[in-house]
Design a protein. Structure first.
Lengths: 256, 319
């Protein structure tokens, strides 16, 4: 199909350009590992509190850091779109018969692939530090949840980028929405230790869906039904934000 | 058959920025056509409508027989668009830019690779094909821009201000490229420019655009010939040229008198013979003449003749 091949070409372009920026690669690889080391030391004894369901904080943390990294990868994705817009690259694409959807999908796919690779590295680091995360199935779910998280937030980010068209506004919005979402979840701390009103609200948070599915297998008494439900919710989130991004793309075209 | 037909396009940005005000012209197949006008005259808006990037509020346009509003997909397959603001990917190499452009146009495999290599050769970019575009000079980047517009062998090529921002040397080189291109490929080219020499040199026909409308249309030669004879510009010591205008109008052999601040533009059959007569008449009327220049008619004069305004002044106050 044309849309698929064009999406892959456009995604390939961004990945290739990214691979030429050594500093970015170092930052993208080192930073998540740094989070993992830092948090696992800082909060090492936190699992002595009840409610974690495991005594290994690294087991608890590895999926969380993978999701956090995917969340950031996705949230900042819109900056690349603004750059293409400013440099006229987008306009050149628009004057070709290329599918309008592919222009957005290619960028979303790029964020998802980058986040999955980062999650893989985090997982390997976690395993070196002693995480088990339930073996192959658990690892696969962590990668899948990271892929979906980055894709979902990338869709949101591109949609906002195409509406604001300004880097400064984009940064402000990403910060304003982003950080609360991270802390309104059980990403760093056991759900049982969160006040119940926050627990209830967090059920509306895609970050929480991602964390809960990614972590499902790591904890004793895995609830496959719940994991599946969260993954489905996450997939629906990707569908909604991707539509938002394509819709924003159309409204951007109308302003030309 | 006409490759481009534009009929009464109108476009208003926001509440009252009238970019196009019923512009109309047509371009026969295989011809280089120049849209000439100062910045803000509506040239780029016209090209952007023809390239399906934006829609007109009213009017109709076809490219290679396809309506730009209702058959956008078919138009996009037949056109190459070289925007004013470049649009090459600076973080990719020249070859990569060409290949991606070709793929988005639906080209594949060896055909695309051959075409890309051929264009890199034509535009003198083979040696830098695998270098990142951000290391290119302005002229090289612009040549890559044009090559990208040609990769899928379009029937119609839009060049929006192809030499704006280039130094004179790179501009001259680009003109040569475009001339041989127009000769070699059977291609209709619509060129917008605010350089009079550029339109004069490259375009078989030009339409002079001012404030969203075509003011006059024809070949550069015809347009210049219609302005009989030579152009004379008289500059006065003071701004008081009002009386001088009346005097000049009374001189035999002077066809056209256009006041322009401290200057007076005249049109005469024979410049060399007319100057002494004009100077004597002005002197007798007591107008203090500071300078006189005689020139063969240029598109500059055509613009002045049809709009009553100086081209450079119009160009300047919009930038």
């Amino acid at each position: 199909m044309k849309v698929v091949s064009q999406t892959l070409y456009l995604c390939g372009r961004v990945l290739r350009n990214l691979s030429r920026q050594p500093i970015w690669i170092v930052v993208m690889v080192v930073q998540p590992m740094f989070w993992l080391l830092l948090y696992s030391q800082l909060f090492r004894r936190i699992t002595e509190l009840p409610g974690f369901g495991t005594t290994s904080y690294i087991d608890y943390l590895t999926p969380g850091v993978a999701i956090m990294t995917a969340f950031f990868s996705g949230s900042w994705a819109g900056m690349g779109m603004i750059e293409d817009l400013d440099r006229g690259v987008l306009e050149r694409f628009l004057a070709t018969p290329a599918s309008r959807g592919a222009i957005v999908f290619g960028r979303i796919l790029e964020s998802a692939i980058v986040a999955t690779l980062q999650a893989l590295l985090i997982l390997l680091t976690g395993i070196l530090l002693g995480a088990t995360n339930g073996g192959a199935v658990g690892w696969f779910v962590i990668l899948l949840a990271s892929f979906l998280t980055a894709a979902g937030f990338a869709g949101l980010s591109h949609g906002i980028a195409l509406r604001t068209r300004q880097e400064a506004t984009m940064i402000a919005v990403a910060q304003f929405i982003g950080l609360p979402l991270l802390f309104f979840s059980s990403l760093l701390i056991a759900r049982a230790l969160i006040p119940s009103w926050m627990q209830d609200l967090s059920l509306l948070n895609p970050v929480e869906w991602a964390v809960r599915s990614a972590r499902g297998e790591a904890l004793p008494g895995t609830d496959w039904g719940e994991m599946g439900a969260f993954l489905l919710l996450l997939a629906a989130f990707v569908g909604v934000t991707t539509s938002f991004a394509t819709w924003s793309f159309r409204s951007y075209q109308r302003t030309l | 058959m006409d490759a481009i037909v534009v009929e009464g396009l109108e476009k208003t940005y926001g509440k009252d920025t009238r970019a196009l005000d019923g512009i109309r012209f047509s371009v026969p197949e295989g011809e280089v056509f120049g849209l000439l006008g100062p910045n803000g005259a509506g040239k780029s808006t016209t090209v952007r409508i023809l390239a399906t990037l934006t829609r007109a509020d009213a009017g109709r346009a076809t490219v290679a027989g396809h309506d730009v509003a209702t058959e956008a997909g078919a138009v996009r397959r037949t056109i190459g668009y070289v925007p004013q603001a470049s649009g090459v990917d600076r973080e990719a190499t020249g070859a990569e830019n060409l290949l991606l452009q070709g793929r988005l146009q639906g080209m594949r495999g060896p055909d695309l690779e051959r075409r890309a290599a051929e264009l890199l050769e034509t535009f003198g970019l083979t040696a830098k094909a695998d270098a990142l575009v951000k290391t290119y000079s302005g002229g090289m980047k612009r040549r890559l821009d044009v090559a990208m517009g040609l990769v899928h062998r379009p029937q119609v090529l839009f060049l929006d201000e192809p030499t704006t921002g280039l130094d004179p040397e790179a501009r001259a080189a680009m003109w040569e490229e475009l001339e041989s291109l127009a000769a070699a490929e059977r291609l209709t080219i619509l060129l917008t420019t605010h350089y009079l020499e550029e339109a004069d040199r490259l375009a078989r026909h030009v339409a002079i655009v001012s404030r969203g409308k075509v003011v006059v249309e024809g070949s550069p030669e015809t347009l210049k010939r219609e302005l009989r004879g030579d152009a004379i510009t008289v500059e006065f010591d003071s701004a008081d040229s009002g009386r001088a205008e009346a005097v000049a109008r009374g001189i035999e052999g002077v066809h056209d008198v256009t006041p322009d601040g401290r200057r007076l533009h005249l049109r005469v059959d024979q410049g060399a013979q007319a100057v002494p007569v004009i100077l004597a008449a002005l002197d007798a009327a007591g107008a203090g003449v500071a300078a006189v220049t005689v020139s063969r008619p240029s598109l500059d004069d055509v613009y002045l003749h049809h709009t009553g305004r100086d081209f450079r002044a119009d160009d300047g106050d919009r930038e």
